[in-house]
Ligand binder design. Structure first.
Ligand code: SF4
Length: 405
């Protein structure tokens, strides 16, 4: 059945449209529901079937309303509708490139920096982004946190006086009810050495209706509290998102943004400039631009590191200074700013860089066909640290031993 304009109009006019729980209940997760919004291609239809059981698929009606019904290259559609590219050969062995599981002393609590932790308080999300860093756990019922597991994590935080900053992440922490989130924030606020709480949430983008006055009242009780959201494209800057961010700011919650650089979605300077300019109009500070992680099934969405450096360079001098995000790669040794002072050069399919903690890191990053590297060409140093994978991604010898810079 083709795109159904009448069904789409009926949903947009539904009196429950602004109710976030209605939006969650009406999430799209089958072909028939999707046809109310777009005319799916044969490839998309095949991928919906093929990815079943591989990675969960859900889209809120709000986010679906931003999709182009007829253009499969729509940047919104490409973030959330599966395509057969996800099933093509990739570094499928890599589920956890940041070694988060190895750094989790208790379930879903990642302690990789001395004074900070990331606490995955839920595996639930309102949508499932096809490039998600935490595909290994989001959407997986086994990775939801029971109350006793939350208690174990809270005990760990209370026992470690060196932790001053906790990031609530997931999944999406704002998919918790106000009551459960309020309880959790209250428990965190009982821990005297926790100076700040941060929340990572894509709700202002994918389900801005979730940012209710009641939720803002809960957040206001937990200050100092910061929120980082995740806009990737100017099409996502909807009136609903503007209103949601405004409510957060009025509740005293500073809002920053983390964008993931994605091929065919935002990997050109004009799109990125429109995005960051829109964000500062919204009073959201563009914070990080992330190089997409090497997650199985996402090769079609990853860019070269040279492309990201070129985009950030093109922003400099052409927009407000604080609108320019820091382009980074997250590694098990910390976040590496991808600029000339950290990036040492290209060694074939790897980009070699210094890391904040010292060891050199080789990021697997093959150049797309016809793209020419602008980095110095170097030899891959012996013994350099790289992604740990059983697969041998590019036919080079696997090297995992760290080496000091
Ligand atoms: S909202 Fe964030 S955690 Fe959830 S699927 Fe998207 S990228 Fe992953």
């Amino acid at each position: 059945m083709p795109f159904d304009l009448a069904a789409c109009d009926a949903l947009l006019a539904d009196p429950n449209w602004s109710d976030w729980r209605w939006q969650m209940r009406r999430r799209i997760h089958d072909e028939t529901a999707l046809e109310a919004w777009i005319d799916p291609t044969d490839d998309e239809r095949a991928a919906i079937e093929a990815t079943r059981g591989v990675f969960r698929w859900n889209i809120t009606p709000h986010y679906a309303s931003l999709m182009d019904p007829h253009d499969p290259s729509c940047p919104i559609r490409k973030q959330v509708v599966p395509t057969m590219d996800e099933m093509r050969p990739d570094l499928v062995g890599v589920e956890d490139p940041l070694e988060e599981v190895a750094h989790s002393p208790v379930k879903n609590l990642i302690h990789n920096y001395p004074d900070r932790v990331a606490f995955c308080v839920t595996s639930e999300c309102a949508i499932y982004c096809r490039y998600c860093l935490r595909k290994r756990m989001v959407g997986d019922a086994e990775m939801m946190m029971r109350k006793d597991e939350l208690r174990d994590a809270l005990d760990y935080l209370a026992d470690h006086a060196e932790i001053r900053d906790v990031l609530l992440t997931g999944g999406d922490p704002l998919s918790l009810s106000d009551k459960n989130l309020g309880w959790l924030l209250g428990e965190l606020r009982q821990i005297p050495h926790l100076e700040i709480v941060r929340i990572g949430s894509r709700m202002p983008v994918k389900l801005p209706q979730r940012i209710t006055p009641e939720l803002c009242a809960v957040l206001e009780q937990a200050h100092p509290l910061w929120l980082n959201t995740h806009f990737n494209h100017p099409k996502e800057l909807s009136p609903g998102s503007f209103a949601a961010v405004d409510r957060l700011l009025r509740a005293g919650v500073p809002v920053g943004n983390q964008t993931v650089l994605l091929r065919g979605i935002n990997d050109d300077a004009e799109t990125m400039r429109a995005l960051v300019n829109g964000l500062v109009r919204m009073r959201v500070r563009p914070y990080y631009l992330y190089q997409a992680q090497v997650i199985g099934g996402t090769a079609h969405l990853r860019t070269s590191i040279e492309k990201g450096m070129e985009i950030v360079e093109a922003l400099r001098g052409r927009t407000t200074g604080f609108a320019i995000p820091t382009y980074v790669l997250d590694t098990p040794f910390g976040k590496v700013p991808l600029n000339g002072s950290y990036v040492l050069g290209r060694a074939g399919d790897f980009v070699v860089m210094r890391t904040p903690r010292g060891p050199l890191w080789a990021e697997p990053n093959p150049l797309p066909p016809r793209e020419i590297s602008t980095l110095p060409q170097i030899d891959l140093p012996d013994g350099i640290a790289t992604i740990s994978t059983e697969a041998d991604p590019f036919g080079v010898e696997k090297r995992t031993a760290p080496m000091e810079a």
